[in-house]
Design a binder for this molecule. Sequence first.
Ligand SMILES: Nc1ncnc2c1ncn2[C@@H]1O[C@H](COP(=O)(O)OP(=O)(O)OP(=O)(O)O)[C@@H](O)[C@H]1O
Ligand SMILES: [Mg+2]
Length: 620
Amino acid sequence: MSNEIIVEDSIFRVGRVISVDGRSIRVSVDKAKNSSHLVYKGDLIKNVSVGSYIKIIKGFTIIIGKVEGEFTYEDKIASTKEYSSDKEKINRSLSVSLLGFFNKKEFERGIKEMPLVDNECYLLDRQEFNQVHDFIRKTDEPLVIGTLTLEKGQTITVGIDSLFASHIGIFGNTGSGKSYTLAKLYFELFKIYKDNQKFREKSNFFLLDFNGEYVTESENVIIPKDYKNIYRLTTKNNDGQKYPISKETLYDHSFWAIVLEATEKTQTPFLRRAIGNSSLADKIKTNDSLKELIKNTFWLGIAKNDGELGQKVLIEFLSELYYSLGYSNLLDIRDAIRERIKFYARDNKREFVYIDAEGEWHWDNDMRTKILDHFEELELPDTEINDLDVLKIQIIFQYYDEIIKGFANIEHLAPLIKRLGKNFSDIRKVIEAKEDVSTSKNFTIVSLKEVNIHMRKILPLLLCKQLYEEQKTKNDETSHLNIIIDEAHNILSRDSNRESEQWKDYRLETFEEIIKEGRKFGVFLTLASQRPSDISPTIISQLHNYFLHRLINNNDIIAVEKTISYLDKLSFEYLPILPTGTCILAGLSAQVPVVIDIGAIEKEFEPNNKTRSLIENWKD
Ligand SMILES: Nc1ncnc2c1ncn2[C@@H]1O[C@H](COP(=O)(O)OP(=O)(O)OP(=O)(O)O)[C@@H](O)[C@H]1O
Ligand SMILES: [Mg+2]
């Protein structure tokens, strides 16, 4: 052994293993190493402390552990000696958890061998330290995201493949830097690839922005505005931007099942029948055939001679149509007929009868002619009814047709028809059907800031499901979709009283499916949220990479602790005290959990989320 190695060994040696208990190891520190720094070749080297790494040598195997705790106790024998230095009077021991090992000069996570008592322990040299923090696999490319917090100057790079072909979770309290971290990841990614033709063709990024943080005036957040589509949706009025959907989507009953919050067993099949009824659609499109349709349906309802049904058709059917048609005199006709029709007893049964202005009674065919005469005065809008309205009217006709014929149960379908008006009027403010929805840009931001709470639940589900299904049917192994959702608790929370249980299950199941199955089709989620405890544990536990910012609430910490297996005890202790912009990176793309300072984004590309300064605004 050369002199150099002996010196190095003696300097870098910190102690030896004194106990092995499962994954936790105790190391007794050499008394000469009870100082905070060591001097080696004129350099000051930080001695072991909580949070640092040590290597344990077991024959030819090098095992790496992380120091989690430090303890001292008095050395009784040394204390009784009069001339010993104070340093020698204490024994120092470390608790260490095992992280991985060196495999042919490369660091690998996991445990292959356990150390033995009396194995020697050393500090890591610079090269080994770098290897432990080198997260890039051989086939991957690096992306610089920040620097190590505890080791200033050590940049942290992650593999692009291992990060972006994975589900990412970013959690932390408000103001802890989640949105900034999210923006940083994609900012760095786009910086490298944005001009690559293949990147633009093969990948698709879709960002849901609940607070309008990513749609500043300059529209340059994350990437310059020329590279992305921005949709600022609003339900406040009809003048906002609209998200384009294809004609195919428009006639997809599962799309409407989401918009109308349809139940799976009865309402969704009904919608399928309604939307698939193309002959109905054709009739609605021209005024003459529409008039016929109204007359026929109305008469069908009366002819059943069912008092309750007749009243319903008379009043609700015509009113419903009136509100969907835009303009018509249907209400006048309804009132005129209502005045003339009575439900009366004749020959031991009750029947509808038409009493004309002269007081004469008309039954059967006679009555039919009289009633239908009223519709001669029907005026309908002379502009063409747009596709969305045709669809809505189609649903109304199908509903009354089935009810009148007794095919469907009112109790099952009525709630759906009740939602029709409100949900339709909301959805038409935010989407439009287009022949061609293709775009050359592969980054889309949808801002839901101005969208009402009701649509905030429906729209994300609608859009994400749509994108997911599209990607699934593409069946192209080279294509890739990233769905990015900031403030993800808005749609992934388990407790919400605004919706039915069934609907909530459906919403969660959809995202759970993307999490569970998405990888196969190249669909990946990036979620940021302040409330991990609110989000379904199935979703949190299936994420691959975690950026954990400051978390103070105990429930949130527990939620993270329960579901994330990558994190060691020490990292959990850090969670409540992390400063803004600092987070723990754990998961598949980091061999060891590391505390990192997220690097800065150029000013122009930052999200719009400045923490307000009150006094700045209050100064005269
Ligand atoms: N790495 C960082 N470098 C510089 N500034 C940062 C960094 N991270 C966060 N900030 C700043 O801290 C503030 C809060 O950050 P951010 O809006 O990202 O927090 P958040 O966790 O998304 O909060 P909220 O939950 O309210 O959305 C912002 O002004 C942001 O510019
Ligand atoms: Mg945010």
